[in-house]
Design a protein around this ligand. Structure first.
Ligand code: F6P
Length: 343
Protein backbone atom coordinates (compact mmCIF):
# COMPACT_ATOMS: atom_id res chain seq x y z
CA UNK A 1 0.00 0.00 0.00
CA UNK A 2 1.03 3.62 -0.51
CA UNK A 3 -0.18 5.78 2.36
CA UNK A 4 0.11 9.58 2.42
CA UNK A 5 0.07 11.74 5.52
CA UNK A 6 -0.39 15.51 5.91
CA UNK A 7 -0.65 18.06 8.71
CA UNK A 8 -2.85 21.13 8.14
CA UNK A 9 -3.92 24.28 9.98
CA UNK A 10 -2.12 25.75 12.98
CA UNK A 11 0.77 23.69 14.30
CA UNK A 12 0.26 21.97 17.61
CA UNK A 13 2.35 19.92 20.06
CA UNK A 14 1.99 16.20 19.25
CA UNK A 15 1.86 16.37 15.44
CA UNK A 16 5.25 14.70 15.19
CA UNK A 17 4.15 12.00 17.63
CA UNK A 18 1.28 11.08 15.28
CA UNK A 19 3.58 11.09 12.24
CA UNK A 20 6.08 8.86 14.07
CA UNK A 21 3.47 6.39 15.31
CA UNK A 22 1.70 6.00 11.97
CA UNK A 23 5.02 5.68 10.11
CA UNK A 24 6.32 3.08 12.57
CA UNK A 25 3.11 1.04 12.16
CA UNK A 26 3.12 1.25 8.35
CA UNK A 27 6.77 1.29 7.38
CA UNK A 28 7.41 -2.48 7.60
CA UNK A 29 5.23 -3.50 4.66
CA UNK A 30 3.97 -0.27 3.12
CA UNK A 31 5.22 2.88 1.45
CA UNK A 32 4.69 6.00 3.60
CA UNK A 33 4.63 9.38 1.90
CA UNK A 34 4.76 12.68 3.77
CA UNK A 35 2.76 15.43 2.05
CA UNK A 36 4.41 18.80 2.69
CA UNK A 37 2.52 21.95 3.75
CA UNK A 38 -0.91 20.39 4.29
CA UNK A 39 -3.45 20.61 1.48
CA UNK A 40 -1.04 22.85 -0.47
CA UNK A 41 1.22 19.82 -0.87
CA UNK A 42 -1.70 17.72 -2.11
CA UNK A 43 -2.47 20.35 -4.75
CA UNK A 44 1.14 20.76 -5.85
CA UNK A 45 2.31 17.18 -5.38
CA UNK A 46 4.99 18.06 -2.81
CA UNK A 47 5.88 14.68 -1.37
CA UNK A 48 8.69 13.14 0.63
CA UNK A 49 9.27 9.47 1.45
CA UNK A 50 9.06 8.63 5.16
CA UNK A 51 10.91 5.72 6.71
CA UNK A 52 11.63 4.68 10.27
CA UNK A 53 14.87 6.70 10.30
CA UNK A 54 13.04 9.87 9.26
CA UNK A 55 10.81 9.75 12.31
CA UNK A 56 13.45 8.72 14.80
CA UNK A 57 13.77 11.24 17.65
CA UNK A 58 10.75 13.36 16.75
CA UNK A 59 8.37 12.18 19.49
CA UNK A 60 9.15 15.05 21.91
CA UNK A 61 9.51 17.71 19.21
CA UNK A 62 6.87 20.42 18.77
CA UNK A 63 5.72 21.65 15.35
CA UNK A 64 5.52 19.31 12.38
CA UNK A 65 8.31 17.85 10.27
CA UNK A 66 5.82 17.87 7.35
CA UNK A 67 5.17 21.62 7.69
CA UNK A 68 1.67 23.01 7.51
CA UNK A 69 -0.52 25.60 5.82
CA UNK A 70 -4.05 26.91 5.96
CA UNK A 71 -4.63 26.15 2.25
CA UNK A 72 -8.22 25.35 1.29
CA UNK A 73 -8.37 23.42 -2.03
CA UNK A 74 -12.02 24.46 -2.41
CA UNK A 75 -10.91 28.10 -2.62
CA UNK A 76 -8.18 27.54 -5.22
CA UNK A 77 -8.76 27.40 -8.96
CA UNK A 78 -8.50 23.69 -9.92
CA UNK A 79 -7.53 22.88 -6.31
CA UNK A 80 -9.85 19.94 -5.76
CA UNK A 81 -9.06 18.38 -9.16
CA UNK A 82 -5.35 18.60 -8.40
CA UNK A 83 -5.88 17.01 -4.97
CA UNK A 84 -7.87 14.19 -6.57
CA UNK A 85 -5.18 13.60 -9.23
CA UNK A 86 -2.49 13.31 -6.57
CA UNK A 87 -4.72 11.30 -4.24
CA UNK A 88 -5.18 8.73 -6.99
CA UNK A 89 -1.54 7.71 -6.43
CA UNK A 90 -2.31 6.79 -2.78
CA UNK A 91 -4.25 3.88 -1.31
CA UNK A 92 -5.05 6.05 1.71
CA UNK A 93 -4.37 9.53 3.06
CA UNK A 94 -4.10 10.33 6.77
CA UNK A 95 -5.08 13.97 7.34
CA UNK A 96 -4.05 15.36 10.72
CA UNK A 97 -5.84 18.60 11.51
CA UNK A 98 -8.64 20.58 13.09
CA UNK A 99 -12.08 21.63 11.83
CA UNK A 100 -10.75 23.20 8.61
CA UNK A 101 -8.32 20.46 7.50
CA UNK A 102 -10.76 17.73 8.48
CA UNK A 103 -13.65 19.65 6.93
CA UNK A 104 -11.84 19.42 3.59
CA UNK A 105 -10.97 15.75 4.27
CA UNK A 106 -14.61 14.95 4.95
CA UNK A 107 -15.88 16.82 1.91
CA UNK A 108 -13.42 15.19 -0.48
CA UNK A 109 -14.27 11.79 0.97
CA UNK A 110 -18.03 12.40 0.86
CA UNK A 111 -18.09 13.94 -2.62
CA UNK A 112 -15.49 11.75 -4.36
CA UNK A 113 -15.17 8.63 -2.21
CA UNK A 114 -11.50 9.50 -1.55
CA UNK A 115 -9.74 7.13 0.88
CA UNK A 116 -9.14 9.58 3.74
CA UNK A 117 -8.71 9.02 7.47
CA UNK A 118 -8.65 11.87 10.00
CA UNK A 119 -6.71 12.54 13.19
CA UNK A 120 -7.99 15.33 15.48
CA UNK A 121 -5.50 18.00 16.48
CA UNK A 122 -5.93 21.48 17.91
CA UNK A 123 -5.03 23.34 21.06
CA UNK A 124 -8.60 24.72 20.95
CA UNK A 125 -10.19 21.29 21.73
CA UNK A 126 -13.22 22.39 19.71
CA UNK A 127 -13.65 19.32 17.47
CA UNK A 128 -16.83 17.36 17.98
CA UNK A 129 -16.95 13.54 18.14
CA UNK A 130 -13.84 13.27 20.29
CA UNK A 131 -13.53 13.93 24.02
CA UNK A 132 -10.16 15.56 23.44
CA UNK A 133 -7.86 16.66 20.66
CA UNK A 134 -4.13 16.26 21.14
CA UNK A 135 -2.25 19.51 21.78
CA UNK A 136 -4.89 20.78 24.17
CA UNK A 137 -3.27 19.32 27.28
CA UNK A 138 0.06 20.92 26.42
CA UNK A 139 -1.53 24.33 25.80
CA UNK A 140 -3.42 24.08 29.10
CA UNK A 141 -0.17 23.23 30.92
CA UNK A 142 1.64 26.22 29.37
CA UNK A 143 -1.23 28.59 30.24
CA UNK A 144 -1.46 27.19 33.76
CA UNK A 145 2.23 27.71 34.38
CA UNK A 146 1.89 31.28 33.09
CA UNK A 147 -1.05 31.92 35.46
CA UNK A 148 0.98 30.53 38.38
CA UNK A 149 3.83 32.87 37.56
CA UNK A 150 1.52 35.87 37.13
CA UNK A 151 -0.06 35.09 40.50
CA UNK A 152 3.17 35.93 42.31
CA UNK A 153 3.43 39.37 40.70
CA UNK A 154 -0.29 40.02 41.14
CA UNK A 155 0.00 39.22 44.83
CA UNK A 156 3.22 41.17 45.43
CA UNK A 157 1.99 44.34 43.68
CA UNK A 158 -1.73 44.17 44.53
CA UNK A 159 -2.53 44.08 40.84
CA UNK A 160 -5.21 42.81 38.53
CA UNK A 161 -3.52 40.53 35.99
CA UNK A 162 -5.42 39.84 32.78
CA UNK A 163 -4.26 36.72 30.90
CA UNK A 164 -5.44 36.30 27.31
CA UNK A 165 -5.44 32.74 26.02
CA UNK A 166 -6.22 31.33 22.57
CA UNK A 167 -9.09 29.00 21.70
CA UNK A 168 -10.88 30.81 18.90
CA UNK A 169 -14.66 30.61 19.41
CA UNK A 170 -14.46 27.98 22.15
CA UNK A 171 -13.50 28.68 25.75
CA UNK A 172 -11.96 25.28 26.62
CA UNK A 173 -8.44 26.58 27.03
CA UNK A 174 -9.62 29.48 29.23
CA UNK A 175 -11.84 27.34 31.46
CA UNK A 176 -9.33 24.52 31.87
CA UNK A 177 -6.33 26.76 32.57
CA UNK A 178 -8.48 29.02 34.73
CA UNK A 179 -9.56 26.05 36.83
CA UNK A 180 -6.02 24.69 37.06
CA UNK A 181 -4.48 28.10 37.82
CA UNK A 182 -7.13 29.27 40.29
CA UNK A 183 -8.40 32.20 38.22
CA UNK A 184 -10.76 34.65 39.94
CA UNK A 185 -12.77 35.28 36.76
CA UNK A 186 -12.78 33.41 33.43
CA UNK A 187 -14.37 35.07 30.40
CA UNK A 188 -15.36 32.88 27.44
CA UNK A 189 -17.30 33.33 24.20
CA UNK A 190 -20.01 30.80 25.05
CA UNK A 191 -21.37 32.64 28.11
CA UNK A 192 -20.11 36.22 27.88
CA UNK A 193 -20.15 37.90 31.29
CA UNK A 194 -20.12 41.70 31.03
CA UNK A 195 -17.02 43.72 31.83
CA UNK A 196 -19.04 45.59 34.49
CA UNK A 197 -19.88 42.28 36.22
CA UNK A 198 -16.24 41.25 35.98
CA UNK A 199 -15.17 44.55 37.58
CA UNK A 200 -17.74 44.02 40.35
CA UNK A 201 -16.26 40.60 41.16
CA UNK A 202 -12.76 42.05 41.24
CA UNK A 203 -13.91 44.89 43.53
CA UNK A 204 -15.67 42.40 45.81
CA UNK A 205 -12.42 40.44 46.20
CA UNK A 206 -10.51 43.57 47.07
CA UNK A 207 -13.25 44.58 49.52
CA UNK A 208 -12.68 41.38 51.48
CA UNK A 209 -8.94 41.89 51.59
CA UNK A 210 -7.83 39.97 48.51
CA UNK A 211 -5.91 42.81 46.91
CA UNK A 212 -5.10 41.07 43.67
CA UNK A 213 -7.06 39.25 40.96
CA UNK A 214 -6.33 36.97 38.04
CA UNK A 215 -8.73 37.32 35.10
CA UNK A 216 -8.38 34.76 32.29
CA UNK A 217 -9.98 35.85 29.04
CA UNK A 218 -10.46 33.75 25.95
CA UNK A 219 -9.45 35.54 22.72
CA UNK A 220 -12.96 34.94 21.36
CA UNK A 221 -14.76 36.60 24.29
CA UNK A 222 -16.60 39.58 22.84
CA UNK A 223 -16.17 42.75 24.92
CA UNK A 224 -19.59 42.74 26.53
CA UNK A 225 -21.21 45.68 28.31
CA UNK A 226 -24.26 45.76 30.56
CA UNK A 227 -26.06 47.97 28.04
CA UNK A 228 -25.82 45.16 25.47
CA UNK A 229 -22.90 46.56 23.44
CA UNK A 230 -20.44 43.88 22.28
CA UNK A 231 -17.39 43.67 20.04
CA UNK A 232 -14.83 41.04 19.05
CA UNK A 233 -11.13 41.95 18.96
CA UNK A 234 -9.55 40.98 15.65
CA UNK A 235 -6.03 41.63 14.40
CA UNK A 236 -7.02 42.26 10.81
CA UNK A 237 -10.13 42.70 8.70
CA UNK A 238 -8.97 39.94 6.37
CA UNK A 239 -10.43 36.46 6.54
CA UNK A 240 -8.31 33.35 6.00
CA UNK A 241 -9.00 30.72 3.30
CA UNK A 242 -11.60 29.14 5.57
CA UNK A 243 -13.40 32.41 6.29
CA UNK A 244 -12.01 32.89 9.81
CA UNK A 245 -11.04 36.21 11.36
CA UNK A 246 -7.68 36.34 13.17
CA UNK A 247 -8.53 36.86 16.82
CA UNK A 248 -6.31 38.36 19.51
CA UNK A 249 -6.02 41.57 21.47
CA UNK A 250 -9.18 41.52 23.59
CA UNK A 251 -7.02 41.28 26.75
CA UNK A 252 -5.69 44.81 26.20
CA UNK A 253 -9.21 46.29 25.85
CA UNK A 254 -10.40 44.36 28.88
CA UNK A 255 -7.42 45.52 30.95
CA UNK A 256 -8.17 49.17 30.09
CA UNK A 257 -11.84 48.78 30.97
CA UNK A 258 -11.09 47.03 34.28
CA UNK A 259 -8.65 49.80 35.20
CA UNK A 260 -11.24 52.43 34.32
CA UNK A 261 -14.04 50.71 36.23
CA UNK A 262 -12.08 49.66 39.34
CA UNK A 263 -9.18 52.08 39.50
CA UNK A 264 -6.91 49.13 40.34
CA UNK A 265 -3.44 48.77 38.90
CA UNK A 266 -3.89 46.38 35.95
CA UNK A 267 -1.49 44.54 33.63
CA UNK A 268 -2.16 42.37 30.58
CA UNK A 269 -0.33 39.31 29.30
CA UNK A 270 -1.20 37.78 25.91
CA UNK A 271 0.10 34.21 25.76
CA UNK A 272 -0.42 33.90 22.00
CA UNK A 273 1.60 31.33 20.09
CA UNK A 274 3.61 30.33 23.16
CA UNK A 275 0.64 28.04 23.82
CA UNK A 276 1.28 26.12 20.61
CA UNK A 277 5.04 25.84 20.79
CA UNK A 278 7.52 23.41 22.21
CA UNK A 279 7.41 19.88 23.45
CA UNK A 280 4.10 18.04 24.02
CA UNK A 281 3.18 16.85 27.52
CA UNK A 282 3.41 13.12 28.26
CA UNK A 283 -0.40 12.98 28.01
CA UNK A 284 -0.39 14.50 24.50
CA UNK A 285 2.49 12.28 23.36
CA UNK A 286 0.54 9.18 24.36
CA UNK A 287 -2.78 10.42 22.94
CA UNK A 288 -1.15 11.44 19.66
CA UNK A 289 0.66 8.10 19.48
CA UNK A 290 -2.59 6.19 20.03
CA UNK A 291 -4.30 8.27 17.33
CA UNK A 292 -1.43 7.65 14.89
CA UNK A 293 -1.46 3.90 15.45
CA UNK A 294 -5.23 3.66 14.96
CA UNK A 295 -5.12 5.83 11.82
CA UNK A 296 -2.46 3.53 10.35
CA UNK A 297 -4.52 0.45 11.25
CA UNK A 298 -7.58 1.97 9.55
CA UNK A 299 -5.50 2.65 6.43
CA UNK A 300 -4.25 -0.96 6.36
CA UNK A 301 -7.81 -2.25 6.88
CA UNK A 302 -9.13 -0.04 4.04
CA UNK A 303 -11.56 1.73 6.38
CA UNK A 304 -12.00 5.32 5.19
CA UNK A 305 -14.10 8.38 6.03
CA UNK A 306 -13.28 7.81 9.69
CA UNK A 307 -11.40 9.71 12.37
CA UNK A 308 -9.49 8.44 15.40
CA UNK A 309 -11.23 9.77 18.51
CA UNK A 310 -11.03 9.59 22.28
CA UNK A 311 -14.17 8.30 23.98
CA UNK A 312 -13.65 8.03 27.70
CA UNK A 313 -10.32 6.26 27.90
CA UNK A 314 -10.70 4.40 24.60
CA UNK A 315 -9.36 5.46 21.22
CA UNK A 316 -11.96 4.50 18.63
CA UNK A 317 -12.91 5.20 15.01
CA UNK A 318 -15.82 7.61 14.45
CA UNK A 319 -17.29 9.01 11.21
CA UNK A 320 -15.40 12.07 9.97
CA UNK A 321 -18.82 13.58 9.27
CA UNK A 322 -19.59 13.64 13.01
CA UNK A 323 -16.38 15.52 13.78
CA UNK A 324 -17.02 18.44 11.45
CA UNK A 325 -20.75 19.01 11.59
CA UNK A 326 -20.58 21.39 14.56
CA UNK A 327 -18.06 23.05 16.85
CA UNK A 328 -17.65 21.51 20.30
CA UNK A 329 -18.11 24.40 22.70
CA UNK A 330 -18.00 24.56 26.50
CA UNK A 331 -21.28 23.38 28.04
CA UNK A 332 -22.96 25.41 30.78
CA UNK A 333 -22.25 22.82 33.50
CA UNK A 334 -18.54 22.77 32.71
CA UNK A 335 -18.28 26.57 32.84
CA UNK A 336 -20.08 26.38 36.20
CA UNK A 337 -17.03 24.58 37.62
CA UNK A 338 -14.91 27.66 36.96
CA UNK A 339 -17.71 29.99 38.12
CA UNK A 340 -17.68 28.31 41.52
CA UNK A 341 -14.39 30.15 42.17
CA UNK A 342 -15.25 33.58 40.75
CA UNK A 343 -14.85 36.66 42.91
O1 F6P B 1 -6.64 27.02 16.05
C1 F6P B 1 -5.47 27.19 16.77
C2 F6P B 1 -5.17 28.63 16.98
O2 F6P B 1 -3.98 28.73 17.73
C3 F6P B 1 -6.28 29.47 17.60
O3 F6P B 1 -6.38 29.30 18.99
C4 F6P B 1 -5.88 30.85 17.18
O4 F6P B 1 -6.97 31.73 17.12
C5 F6P B 1 -5.32 30.62 15.80
O5 F6P B 1 -4.93 29.27 15.73
C6 F6P B 1 -4.13 31.49 15.47
O6 F6P B 1 -3.76 31.27 14.15
P1 F6P B 1 -2.42 31.78 13.48
O7 F6P B 1 -1.32 30.86 13.92
O8 F6P B 1 -2.69 31.68 12.03
O9 F6P B 1 -2.17 33.17 13.98
Amino acid sequence: MRVGMLTGGGDCPGLNAVIRAATRRLAGGHEVVGVLHGWRGMIEGRFTRLGIDDVSGILPRGGTILKTSRTNPYREEGGVDAVLRNLATFDALIAIGGEDTLGVAHRIHAEHGAPIIGVPKTIDNDLAATDQTFGFDTAVSIATEAIDRLHTTAESHDRVMVVEVMGRHAGWLAVQSGLAGGADVVLIPEFPISVERCAEMVRARHARGRDFSIVVVSEGWPMTHEDGQTGLATQTEELDAFGHVRLGGIGEHLGQELKRLTGFDTRVTVLGHLQRGGSPTAYDRVLATRYGLLAADLAIAGRHGLMAALRGTDVVAVPLADAVKELKTVPREYYALAEAFFG
